[in-house]
Design a protein around this ligand. Structure first.
Ligand code: SF4
Length: 113
């Protein structure tokens, strides 16, 4: 049986979780709500993260992020896709890459200016 100590990142409470894995069975303790159990199980099977970065435009650098978490293993490849972009301009909320690397997540501009 493998044991993992995790901190839930799904809300500011940051519950300390203990996940135990026995074959395909994962048990989670320390969570104050169901989201913590889902988070811990995902961390042990397919960890996901929101990616934040910036896009180069002719009017300067604009911050961006993924519209939803992507597999942790694809973060660097997603960053490379963002780095390839050269835009004239980009507005807040604009999707600059749709379904990046078939993750189901879009790259969205988060800069207000
Ligand atoms: S387990 Fe629930 S209450 Fe605890 S940090 Fe995660 S989301 Fe928040």
């Amino acid at each position: 049986m493998e044991k993992y100590n995790l901190t839930c990142i799904m809300c500011p409470l940051g519950c300390s979780l203990v996940a135990t894995k026995d074959g395909d069975e994962i048990k989670v303790t320390g969570n104050n709500c169901q989201r913590g159990e889902i988070f811990a199980k995902e961390e042990l099977t397919c960890p996901m993260r929101i990616v934040t970065s910036s896009v180069k435009t002719e009017k300067g650098v604009k911050s961006c992020k993924t519209s939803k978490p992507v597999p942790k293993a694809k973060i660097f490849d997603v960053m490379k896709e963002i780095e390839k972009l050269r835009l004239k301009d980009a507005k807040y909320g604009e999707v600059v890459i749709k379904n990046v690397l078939d993750t189901g997540a879009d790259i969205v501009i988060t800069a207000n200016e």
